[in-house]
Design a protein around this ligand. Sequence first.
Ligand code: 13P
Ligand code: 13P
Ligand code: MG
Ligand code: MG
Ligand code: MG
Length: 382
Amino acid sequence: MKTTLSVIKADIGSLAGHHVVHPDTIAAANKVLAEAKRNNIISDYYITFVGDDLQLIMTHERGELDTKVHETAWNAFKEAAKVAKELGLYAAGQDLLSDSFSGNLRGMGPGIAEIEFEERPAEPVVIFMADKTEPGAYNLPLYKIFADPFNTAGLVIDPTMHEGYKFEVLDVREGESIILNTPEESYDLLALIGTPSRYIIRRVYRKADNLQASVVSVERLNLIAGKYVGKDDPVMIIRAQHGLPALGEILEAFTVPYLVPGWMRGSHYGPLMPVPQKDARATRFDGPPRLVGLGFNIKNRRLVGPTDLFDDPAFDEVRRTAQIITDYIRKHGPFMPHRLEPEEMEYTTLPLVIEKLRNRFKKETDMYKTKPSMYSHESSQE
Ligand code: 13P
Ligand code: 13P
Ligand code: MG
Ligand code: MG
Ligand code: MG
């Protein structure tokens, strides 16, 4: 019998701004999941949070996109949001973009990462949960983990890994996906995933036997809502060991606090800082973007663990570097490249400000007798 691991998350409201989930909302979600476990809808579960995002980690035998499991998650979020409203928490129900549940949670706001597999004798998994960023933030570490031998020694040393991995990349603009093989198509892969706002790694498979090693929640809230409604704050599952990257190879990819989009008002680049659960609270400039990693073993669908993987002095220097980058990049204030590029800002409230100024723009051709061709893209290509 196969096991499914579902990590489903939503921002249902938070304490003192987009800062941290309130314990009473976790308790409300817990009631719903405990009931679902008693009714054999799910086998086991663990609830946690990262910043203002409530995280439901569930095992079951129902496969991906299962109506009952998704409805359980939806009810848990609804109950938690109800408590958030009673407490007057900030942005209560923020990510619940739809009024009623139908079929599954796709396109309703919550982020979803699900993976179905035959449990190995030991089934170590790592669950990453980020706040104040978007799904493409996992492109760089996924490449390092599954395609870069300078990160992952197993790609060179382990015969099962030596053949490489396959990456499923989603183009969120066109709504289509492509599978690229590494190492032979590494440069093609990088040509796409270097634009993480558009091309997102969704799944990774081991080439030798098509075993699925990873999955990312790819939901983009601004595309669903058609406007800015906060960041996606994505989750990712990675299976470890036995012909897959070792736990330490997976974590090694997070030793550089690389820049990701998100942070204040979802509109700024900032360093992704790996933190222990106790520090999973957005503070400075609503960040910096934070990442929590929990390690579990799964046995007969029981979640054994977790261990809090970044609660470790080995990551102190990464966090220190993140502070230095934070100080530096913050000095740019409202200027790019700290602030996101204009295409991404279209999904914020900035267009309203620019619209207000529209009538005050005067034509250069009138004011300074310049030729229109100076400002036309076509003529500059001639
Ligand atoms: P242990 O001897 O601690 O099991 O380590 C094995 C290993 O391969 C670590 O990457
Ligand atoms: P969240 O997506 O975490 O709610 O962030 C929204 C925001 O605007 C932070 O400044
Ligand atoms: Mg929020
Ligand atoms: Mg959030
Ligand atoms: Mg969010």
